[in-house]
Design a protein around this ligand. Sequence first.
Ligand SMILES: Nc1ncnc2c1ncn2[C@@H]1O[C@H](COP(=O)(O)OP(=O)(O)OP(=O)(O)O)[C@@H](O)[C@H]1O
Ligand SMILES: [Mg+2]
Length: 266
Amino acid sequence: MLETRQLTVRFGGHVAVNAVSCAFRPGTLTAIVGPNGAGKTTYFNLISGQLKASSGEVFLNGNSLAGMTPSARTRAGLGRAFQLTNLFPNLSVLENVRLAVQAARAGAHLRGLNLWSIWSDHKALTSLAEEVLEAVAMNDKRRTPVAGLPHGDQRKLEVALLMALEPDVFMFDEPTAGMSADEAPVILNLIRKLKDDKRKTILLVEHKMDVVRELADRIIVLHNGALVADGDPAEVIASPMVQEAYLGVAPVQPSLPPRWGRSEKP
Ligand SMILES: Nc1ncnc2c1ncn2[C@@H]1O[C@H](COP(=O)(O)OP(=O)(O)OP(=O)(O)O)[C@@H](O)[C@H]1O
Ligand SMILES: [Mg+2]
């Protein structure tokens, strides 16, 4: 189980995440919603260790992650979508996924210098990487250098790499943002499939309420860094706060995610 206790970060005088206490259980997909600037990405950064908390703690299966680097947290089972800046731009898509698969298995390979086992590992890793690419419908791009991928493919690759790590906890931050209408369903199907594995804990930051409504077992709402609602999707969606923020009377701006407390209300 993943848990944050009183997790807080301040940037100067601004409290971006404010004493958020929340537990996330395996077999549950929790959607994290809230307006732009609510602190959703910052909350993820605190959990994954990209940002250091001002106070409060993160626990995974009862153990505090305080002081652990992001890569140590990844090894502990926390899966955050890769930033493509962490990839090898001149290596192919397949090579990058294979390296991620290999990283996921690091430690299981201390068999000494046995060329046969290195070769059979290489083949096993390659076929695993191919499976992962198949899952995101990118096998046809396997030989393309990562640097040459269009934006939608880069986002799909981020999800592919996360899958390859086989984490216990999946953290998706707007996974379909910037994707075309035919790319987004690939990712949503994948998340749907992940939900079948009841050992996995899934956190999903998502602005699209139709996606949230369909996938979430639970919704938490962040507002000004604080956790202001937590519960059953139907109840949370029906709450006046979410109604106003996402389905309210404010004019729809198709190219922008919904905002809380728009100033241009009619
Ligand atoms: N490294 C940082 N330094 C200073 N301020 C930051 C930093 N990271 C985030 N913030 C601020 O913290 C607040 C929360 O930002 P965050 O990106 O977490 O919001 P969000 O809920 O993910 O929004 P969005 O829906 O737009 O992605 C914002 O006011 C942001 O400007
Ligand atoms: Mg964000």
